[in-house]
Design a protein around this ligand. Sequence first.
Ligand code: ATP
Length: 344
Amino acid sequence: MSGLALNSITKQFGPFTAVDNVELSVPHGTFVCLLGPSGCGKTTLLRMIAGLDSPTEGAIVLDGKDITQVPTHKRDLGMVFQSLALFPHLTVGENIAYPLRIRGIGREDQVKRVDELLAMIHLTGYADRPVHKLSGGQRQRVAIARALAISPKLFLLDEPLSALDAKLREAMQVELRKLQQQLGITTIVVTHDQREAMTMADTVVVMNGGKIRQAASPIEIYRKPADRFVADFIGSTNLLPLTAQGGTALVLGHAVAGISAPSGQATASLSVRPEDVKLAAPGEGRITGKVTFIRDLGGTIETFLDVSGTEVVAVSTPRERPVVTVGQDVGIVIDPETAVVLSA
Ligand code: ATP
């Protein structure tokens, strides 16, 4: 296969397993985000792909070639790591040209390539600026250009945008994704920000405890989470108790048409996204809750309900939501098409 394959990668630090039997295939030209809470092993996995750490077990294969034992500088990588800062005493052009210079590329070709890269990162004319006079976002773009100077096979980034303020970070996410698509370069980014992963990735790899919990497209991760961890980690969701009673599944004590319990399990959870909870008049046989709080954000309204001790959140736009008030009893309608049954 053209692209990157991780075959049963495990990394132990003494008795501690930081990465646990990871299997992943990254087709050529795709954008993958490794996403998970702090300590889930995403940086360790990226460091192994980069050759900065070696796996305790398993193989790393790039374009059909086993590179597990190949040193970093021979792996044909571009890297932007938090710790790999720009050279502050050099200009923008000198920074970008650095990897070309150490590979013995001629002066003229260096200048040509630097100009190309500056155009690509929208900093044409900045070659002679000292790096310390750039803004945070501009510096980040220069770091990206420097990493791409040698046209690597694989582009690896560890939390590349985490130092930027929220607005700039969002803009850079779009820019990075566009650049990746334009170059068609296989890219792996570590992030703990799920919105960032959803914005940029073809495939989001959700990790926890050193294991991959799910690897799928952003929309599939959101719509069809594989387990409770993924459902809860990605966006917000209502995890409602589901009990099986003589072949019927009860959600919050009520049978919901179209929802059945997993076979052989007395209890499970139903994941329902807040935007999929519809409010209605209370009715016979319908799940009913009391409104406890309303958060009106202008564009969306979050309605918090108490259903026999379980909190349910419904999100709607001002147009679709029936007018409700705190303390009112309201019916809840769950669409079985959008709800996901998850094992306990
Ligand atoms: P963060 O988002 O906080 O960077 P992460 O998901 O990238 O977290 P890793 O840095 O991969 O997590 O670390 C995974 C686990 O491995 C952590 O519990 C960490 O303490 C441990 N670990 C990482 N490097 C080492 C090391 N060199 N020696 C011992 N333990 C390590």
